[in-house]
Design a protein around this ligand. Sequence first.
Ligand SMILES: C[S@@+](CC[C@H](N)C(=O)[O-])C[C@H]1O[C@@H](n2cnc3c(N)ncnc32)[C@H](O)[C@@H]1O
Length: 208
Amino acid sequence: MSSNHLMYEKLSKLYEGVWYPMFQKSFKKVCGHINANNPKSVLEVGIGPGSTLKFYDPTIKLTGVDVSKQMIEIAQKKVEKKNLKNVTLLATEPDNYPFEKNSFDIAVTFSVVTVVPEPIKFVKSIVSMIKPGGFLYIVGHFQKSDTHELLKTIDELFDPVTKKLMGFTLKLKEEDLREIKNIELVDKFTATDMLNFPFNTCLVFKVK
Ligand SMILES: C[S@@+](CC[C@H](N)C(=O)[O-])C[C@H]1O[C@@H](n2cnc3c(N)ncnc32)[C@H](O)[C@@H]1O
């Protein structure tokens, strides 16, 4: 297990109180987009403590995976408390998920691509589980080659801090994800604003 995974095992109990208030609007917004596609099946990779559960349409067959058993246990309690019969949760190995190819209409991942050691491998492993014609939603903080120099400098300054405290990088490039074969960027919107700056972006890819 990588040091980041261990960090999330340790942070799982604290995590929700800190993270949820910052990102709840983005969970609602992105899940709203997903619901509007009327998918039958959705996979959420790195579901953490299940903060998104309440935002999905209950008619969707939702599968949530995470490498942290503690996170899955917290999410599972919510599933039981709310009696969400449409939800299945699993603790898995990183980048090796126990599903057939082409199993899901949509896959989504919130703030995970920036914490994994090999983001391209991570995304490719998810793409293989989505049906052709389906969609992949990736939410994260990305740099672009045309990101304003001031914002790049802020990212440079804070990257060691976010890496140390929360395990995520501020320096992942959107262009690197767009190089992945079999997927095409079809939409993009701001998922989270901070002090009026777009902090987290949702990239929507169609699977060819
Ligand atoms: C920054 S947290 C985000 C959690 C949740 N998506 C949210 O936004 O509240 C990252 C989560 O991804 C999980 N994770 C890290 N690497 C993973 C991987 N390769 N596959 C699945 N989950 C992973 C961690 O255990 C942690 O729960």
